[in-house]
Design a protein around this ligand. Structure first.
Ligand code: IPE
Ligand code: IPE
Ligand code: MG
Length: 246
């Protein structure tokens, strides 16, 4: 069940494609990394906002498998920013009872980043508040592929019968196992594409696109996204009339 606030339905799971850091920096005549650094302020504000609203899961797309194709200097800058941010934000996460988790091909991260991340995940493990999920070295196609590989492996070994494979089982092999699909998916910066994010999990997400660049995104924008979500009729294939009689 999702939380309710003043009769507004608060999604249980919000996913965000944080986009526009580079363009934000360019507008200031600054280097791209400056935009990424300012983006951390938006992460802080939105994490706090989601915790206050009673959102259970917030997934932030922080680094895609495709982002390795960026200039080495930018990739290195992003990775050291990640380490720095974990260090600086950990006390606040603990204070606000935020549990940090991660999805993605974490083995593909550098040893330093991987260790820092696992350390923070472990430190926040018992926190009972918001589950903050960082999508790192993540892509929807990677997620589906690793799931198919694991499923086929079991089937070949004979520990899984073909008849047992259904949508629920596939979902259990994805990196988001146990987490409800996001009801609301937000993308900033005016781009209207999924960029290989939660392909399976967003099958029925409501999309909210805004021109606001990620470093400028704040609680008031999150509020607009939730208002928009509340104005949607989620039919899941049914007709409006059927929903009226529920
Ligand atoms: C999003 O901002 C951050 C990451 C993808 C890591 P961008 O860096 O993509 O910013 P733009 O799209 O170039 O403005
Ligand atoms: C998507 O943003 C990935 C993240 C936000 C981490 P990009 O800026 O990399 O996406 P494209 O390349 O414009 O689709
Ligand atoms: Mg971008």
């Amino acid at each position: 069940m999702s939380a309710r606030q003043d009769e507004r339905e608060i999604p249980q799971h919000i996913a965000v494609i944080m986009d526009g850091n580079g363009r934000w920096a360019k507008k200031q005549g600054a280097m791209r990394i400056f935009g990424h650094r300012r983006g951390v302020q938006a992460v802080r504000d939105i994490t706090e906002g989601c915790a206050e609203l009673g959102v259970a899961h917030l997934t932030l797309y922080a680094f895609s498998t495709e982002n390795w194709s960026r200039p080495k200097k930018e990739v290195d800058g992003l990775m050291s920013l990640l380490i720095k941010t974990i260090n600086s934000e950990l006390p606040t996460l603990m204070k606000n009872k935020v549990r940090l988790t991660a999805i993605g091909d974490l083995q593909g991260l550098s040893l330093g980043v991987h260790k820092k991340l696992l350390g923070a995940i472990d430190t926040t493990r018992e926190n009972k508040g918001l589950n903050l999920i960082l999508a790192l070295n993540y892509s929807g196609k990677w997620d589906l592929t690793q799931a198919f590989k694991a499923i086929c492996g079991e089937a070949i070994k004979g520990t899984l019968k073909l008849e047992a494979i259904d949508e629920g089982l596939v979902a259990d092999y994805l990196s988001t196992k146990g987490i409800p699909d996001p009801e609301l998916l937000i993308r900033t910066s005016g781009e209207m594409r999924i960029s290989n994010f939660l392909l399976w999990q967003s099958a029925y997400s409501e999309f909210f696109f805004t021109d606001v660049l990620w470093p400028d995104f704040r609680k008031k924008h999150l509020d607009l996204a939730i208002d928009s979500f509340n104005g949607r009729e989620r039919r899941f294939g049914k007709t409006s009339e059927q929903l009226d009689f529920q």
